[in-house]
Ligand binder design. Structure first.
Ligand SMILES: *Cc1c(COP(=O)(O)O)cnc(C)c1O
Length: 431
C-alpha cells in the first residue's frame, strides 16, 4: 500500500482546515483517523489502505441506489459528452422539475440550486418575501444548512430568540430566528401566541435526520399545520434528507397518510435528487413561487444552478427509485438492519432502540426513542463511540457521530445486512 489514512490525514491538515471540507468528516465526535476514500462500488466504499467498508452513510444520503449504479453512470457519461455547463436553460431542467412536481403533491414549481444550504436559505428568503414578515421558527436539532439566520441555538426559557451557533454570525442576523424544542406543542403554542402574526414561516425537518432519527409526532405536526394556517405563516418542509429517501413522496407523503388533508407550503430538497452530484431545489405553489426573480422581487440566482450533468444524474436516480416496489424493498432491508441491531443488542444486554422509514434509520443507546435534541444528546455517547470504532474495525462504516442518521441503499443485499448485524453482535459483546 502506497499510503495510509493517517499519512493522508496529516498531509490534508497542512492544506485544509482540520483536513476536511465538511467538519463531521473529521471524526472529531468519535475520535480516531478519518478514512480517505478512493472508490466505491454498490454498497461498499474502499479506503486508501484498500480496506472495504459496508457503507451506511451513502454520501450522507444521496446514494440511494448504491455507488456506481449502471443507469446513473450511463446517464452522467452521456451528459458529459454534451457539455459540463452552459449557464443557459436546458430541457433536462424541465424534466427534473416535472419529475419532482409529479412526486410531491403541493409543489407546482421548483427552482434548482446546487446545495441544500442554498435551497434552505432561498426558501427562507422566499417565505419572508412572500409574506412580508421577518421572524420565523426553527427547531432545536434540525439542520437547514449553514446560512447565517439558520445557525441558531435555543436561548434560555421558552419562546426566546436564539443565539448564533457559529462565530461570525452577528446576533443581529439571528434576532428574527425563534428556536423551539422539537415535538413540544406547548412551546409552539406559546410562540404563536406571542409572535404569530409576525412569523413568515416555520421551518422543520419533518423526520429529522440531523439529531439522529427523530419523527415529528402526529399531534405536533397537526397542531403545527393549524397554527401556521391560522396565523398566515408558511410551513416549510426541509426534506433535503428525507425527500425521496423515506418514501417516494418524502416525509410529506408519510404525514399525508397520517393526517387527513395535510399539506406543507414550501419544500426544500437536496441529497437524493442529485444522486451524488451537487444539486438541490426548493419549491412551492405557483402563488408562492411567483415572488421569485425574475417574476417577482425575491432575488435568487446561481452560475451552476440546474447543471446539465447534475440534472442528468438526478433524473436517472429518480427514474430508478420510481420503479414499482423500490421503496417496499428498501424499507424492508432497512427494517431488517434496525431489527437486527436491536436483537443483537438485546442478546448482549445492551440498551438500544432504533427506528426507520424507507431507506433512512437511526439507533440510540437508550431505552426509548428520543423525541427531541436534548434527549438525543443524553444518550450514551461513550458507548456509541466505542461501538462506532468496533464496527469500523469490522468493515462497517456508520455515521461518525451519534446525532447523525444512517442510510441503506438498494445495493445492500440481505447478506450485507446480515454481515453487519453479525459484526454488531461481536461489537456489542466487546462493549
Ligand atoms: C444536508 C442537509 C442540508 C444541507 O444540505 P447541503 O447540501 O449539505 O448544503 C439542509 N437540510 C437538511 C435537512 C439536510 O439534511
Amino acid at each position: 500500500m502506497s499510503t495510509t489514512n493517517q499519512a493522508l490525514f496529516e498531509r490534508a491538515q497542512r492544506v485544509i482546515p482540520g483536513g476536511v471540507n465538511s467538519p463531521v468528516r473529521a471524526f472529531r465526535a468519535v475520535g480516531g483517523t478519518p478514512r480517505f476514500i478512493t472508490r466505491a462500488e454498490g454498497p461498499y466504499i474502499f479506503d486508501a489502505e484498500g480496506k472495504r467498508y459496508t457503507d451506511y452513510i451513502g454520501s450522507w444520503g444521496p446514494m440511494i441506489l448504491g455507488h456506481g449504479h449502471p443507469a446513473v453512470f450511463d446517464a452522467v457519461q452521456r451528459a458529459l459528452l454534451d457539455g459540463f455547463s452552459f449557464g443557459a436553460p436546458t430541457e433536462r431542467e424541465i424534466e427534473l422539475a416535472e419529475a419532482i412536481i409529479a412526486l410531491v403533491p403541493g409543489v407546482e414549481q421548483v427552482r434548482l440550486v446546487s446545495s441544500g444550504t442554498e435551497a434552505g436559505m432561498s426558501a427562507l428568503r422566499l417565505a419572508r418575501g412572500a409574506t412580508g414578515r421577518s421572524k420565523f421558527i426553527k427547531f432545536e436539532g434540525c439542520y437547514h444548512g449553514h446560512a447565517d439566520p439558520l445557525l441558531v441555538k435555543a436561548g434560555s426559557g421558552l419562546a426566546t430568540f436564539g443565539f448564533p451557533t457559529s462565530a461570525g454570525v452577528p446576533e443581529d442576523v439571528v434576532k428574527h430566528t425563534l428556536v423551539l424544542p422539537y415535538n413540544d406543542i406547548a412551546a409552539l403554542e406559546a410562540a404563536f401566541d406571542a409572535h404569530g402574526k409576525e412569523l413568515a414561516c416555520v421551518m422543520i425537518e419533518p423526520i429529522a435526520g440531523n439529531m439522529n432519527f427523530v419523527r415529528a409526532s402526529v399531534p405536533f405536526m397537526t397542531r403545527l399545520r393549524e397554527l401556521c394556517t391560522s396565523h398566515g405563516a408558511l410551513l416549510v418542509f426541509d426534506e433535503v434528507m428525507s425527500g425521496f429517501r423515506v418514501a417516494l413522496g418524502g416525509a410529506h407523503s408519510v404525514y399525508q397518510r397520517l393526517i387527513p388533508g395535510f399539506k406543507a407550503d414550501v419544500f426544500v430538497f437536496g441529497k437524493v435528487i442529485g444522486g451524488g452530484m451537487p444539486l438541490a431545489a426548493f419549491g412551492a405553489s405557483r402563488d408562492v413561487m411567483r415572488h421569485l426573480a425574475p417574476l417577482g422581487p425575491v432575488y435568487q440566482a446561481g452560475t451552476l444552478s440546474g447543471n446539465p450533468v447534475a440534472t442528468a444524474c438526478g433524473l436517472a436516480t429518480l427514474k430508478e427509485i420510481t420503479k414499482p416496489g423500490f421503496f417496499e424493498a428498501l424499507g424492508a432491508q432497512t427494517q431488517r438492519l434496525v431489527e437486527g441491531l436491536e436483537g443483537a443488542a438485546r442478546d448482549a444486554g445492551v440498551p438500544l432502540v432504533g427506528d426507520s422509514e424507507g431507506g433512512m434509520f437511526g439507533f440510540f443507546f437508550f431505552n426509548q426513542l428520543p423525541q427531541n435534541y436534548a434527549t438525543v444528546m443524553t444518550t450514551d455517547s461513550a458507548r456509541f463511540n466505542r461501538f462506532f470504532h468496533a464496527m469500523l474495525d469490522r468493515g462497517v462504516y456508520l455515521a461518525p457521530a451519534l446525532y447523525e442518521a444512517g442510510f441503506v441503499s438498494a445495493a445492500h443485499t440481505p447478506a450485507d445486512i446480515d454481515a453487519t448485524v453479525a459484526a454488531a453482535r461481536e461489537a456489542f459483546a466487546a462493549l
